[in-house]
Structure formats: C-alpha cells, structure tokens
Write a protein that binds this ligand. Structure first.
Ligand code: SF4
Length: 373
C-alpha cells in the first residue's frame, strides 16, 4: 500500500512528475473530488498513478479545431500538461507527435499491435459520413475507416469534445459533410463522451484516472457522459442563480444589470437546459469566475446536441426546473410584475409543467434594474 511519508515515494514523485509530494497529493485529492469519490480515494489514486503501468492512448483527430487538445496542453496550471503526459503513454497523437507521414502511421499500428485489447482510443473531432466519408482523410484512409480500425482492439473509446461526442460545430445544419459523433458513426452505444467546446481538461483527466485506478470507466448517463461531470444543470450551480430566482436580469450587454452581475437568462443563457460542471470546476486554474457565465457571457449550451451551435444565441432556454417557491427574496423588487415564485405557484395550480415554464418565462424580467441601480 502506498505511504505518502515514504521518502522513496517522495523522490519518485518528484523525479517522475516534476512536482512536490504535496502538489501531487493535492492533484490526487482534486481528481477524487472531481469524481465525487469518498475519503481515502486520493490515496488509491496516488497508488494507481505511481505504481500501475501507464495506459497506452491512441488519439485521433478528425473534423475539429484542435481546441480540445489545446485546452488540455495549454492549461494555466503549471503541472497539468506534465501530469497528463506522465499518467498516460501517449503513443499516437497527430498534433504533438514528432513523427510524420509513414513513420507516424507505423507508430500507430505498432502501438495497436503491442497493446491489443488494453489501449484507450481517444477521438477528437466529428466523423464525416456523407459520400463515403471522403471529406476527412488521414494517410489515405477516411476518418471512419481509421476510427473503425483503431476502435476494433481498444479497451475503451473516449470521445473528447462536442464534435466527437455528438457532431458539434461540423454537424450544424445543413451539415454538408454528414458529420456525426463517434458513437453514431461506429453504431456503438458504449462510447464515453466528454462534450464541451472545449471540454474541461479535468473531466477528461478524471475519466482516465478512474480507468487507471479502478480498471473501468466511470458511470455515465444516457448520452455516455460521466455523471460526476454532467449530472447537474449548469443553472443549478451558477453563481448568478440567486438573481434568476429574485427576477434580476441583464437585458443588454453592458447595461446596469449586466455590470452588476445579474442573471443572463434574457440574453439567451442556455444554462437552464445544459448539463455540465463548468460553474463548479471552472477553467484554466485562474480562480473565481473563470467560465463563460462568470465572465459575463451567456452559456451557449455547447455540451448539448441541438442546443450548442444550433439554438440561436438570442433564443430563451427551456426551463427544466422551476424556481423554488419557498425562496425568500434577496431584496425587495422595484418592479410591479409577479415574482418568479408566485408565477411558479400560479402555473403549478394550472397543473401543467410546460405551462409553468411558459408562465415563468412570461414573467421573467418584470423587475429589471433601472439605470444607475
Ligand atoms: Fe446562471 Fe444562466 Fe441560470 Fe442565469 S440563466 S442563473 S446566468 S445559468
């Protein structure tokens, strides 16, 4: 069993990962917390990372912008990229690979042969299916052929980013190349998806660490998304939620409500219909507010098919949950309209959930900030 006081352990960590034991244990605790694992799981993770063989990873790129890889490797955290590359054995990756052409193809085939049944296939980018898949070819093979070949002997397939998860930007109507996510392209339902544009690197890393520590991928929802990361609505964890419940909305970019950090629902925020942990996990390790809504931009719903890149930015989100009727008002409102709570109550009496959503939406913004407030 691993012992974090072991000086050998300390030396190994420092030599292998280039970080202190303390920082390494903080990382393991962060991974455990990200996955919602119980106390003691950080020690299990530390043991797995330091003692188990690094899983071989083959990483394919198709129709995408490489933003997923960029977000992973250009994280502000000083050790994240190092930890990623030291936790896994990245045996094929078109962006960071020094080899090119036939050499790179040979390395991919050799990695598959050597790690048959054990490697992880990570796919970044959508797969074009129209006209025999000719719109994206690598080394003479279509994306579909290449993915099929690599998936055949993989222990598991992980789709990183919205493009690989469900088609993302390339699949936006009219979808001229017939782009699809990996699951749809391969006709498989067992693909783990980490959607997002870009996805949060910690969600990917935690998925890999779970595989390494427990020998299995984490529990997923019906769309293949790890439930630890995509189990809750953004709206339910948003720091502006109290403003939503109190009926305080920004109505224009730069207006008094926007400058005060009011809710962005009326600017088209899709947080109420988007599942992701962005408000909790944030981006780039720079502290509070480092996520789209935190910086004043409405959520575009990038983790959700038919919302991200498809639903107009100005369109209001469908409310999946009603504001709690028992919430006290934070301050007395200036407006004259019904409060959100009373709107929910009235609509609830009407007895229709859809009607409730519409009723609430109809009353949203009746107590808007005035200039100078
Ligand atoms: Fe936050 Fe958007 Fe929900 Fe407002 S609508 S509380 S900004 S997620």
């Amino acid at each position: 069993m691993y012992d974090d006081r072991d000086t050998q352990f300390e030396t190994n960590v420092e030599t292998r990962f280039g970080v202190s034991r303390r920082d390494f244990m903080k990382f393991c605790a962060a991974m455990a917390a990200t996955m919602g694992l119980p106390k003691g799981a950080d020690a299990q993770i530390a043991e797995a990372i330091t003692k188990k063989e690094r899983p071989s990873v083959i990483w394919l790129h198709h129709q995408e912008c490489t933003g997923c890889t960029e977000s992973l490797l250009r994280s502000e955290h000083p050790t994240l990229d190092k930890l990623i590359l030291d936790i896994i054995s990245l045996d094929y990756h078109e962006t960071v690979f020094a080899a090119a052409g036939h050499q790179a193809e040979a390395a991919r085939k050799a990695a598959i042969e050597k790690n048959k049944g054990k490697y992880l296939l990570v796919v970044e980018g959508a797969i074009p299916l129209k006209d025999g898949g000719i719109y994206c070819k690598i080394g003479g093979q279509t994306s579909l052929e290449l993915t099929r070949e690599c998936a055949q002997h993989a222990a598991a397939v992980v789709a990183i980013g919205s493009c690989a998860s469900w088609g993302g930007m390339p699949s936006t109507p009219p979808n001229p190349t017939g782009s699809a996510g990996v699951g749809e392209a391969l006709g498989r339902k067992d693909i783990v998806t980490i959607p997002g544009c870009p996805p949060n690197p910690y969600n990917f890393l935690a998925t890999i660490v779970h595989f390494l520590t427990f020998g299995a991928l984490p529990a997923v929802d019906a769309k293949g998304r790890p439930t630890f990361a995509y189990g809750r609505l953004i709206h339910d964890n948003c720091e502006r939620r109290a403003h939503f419940d109190a009926g305080r909305f920004a109505l224009e970019f730069g207006d008094p409500g926007h400058r005060k950090g009011y809710c962005l629902y009326k600017l088209g925020c899709k947080g109420p219909e988007t599942y992701a942990n962005c408000p909790s996990i944030l981006f780039n390790d720079v502290g509070t507010g480092s996520w789209p809504v935190g910086t004043g931009h409405p959520c575009i719903g990038c983790t959700e098919k038919h919302i991200g890149f498809e639903k107009p930015i100005h369109a209001l989100a469908d409310l999946k949950t009603n504001p709690p009727t028992g919430y006290p008002r934070i301050v007395e409102e200036q407006g004259t309209g019904a409060t959100l709570a009373s709107a929910a109550l009235v609509a609830g009496v009407a007895g229709l959930a859809v009607g409730a959503g519409m009723k609430i939406a109809g009353n949203l913004g009746k107590s808007e900030p005035k200039d100078g407030e």
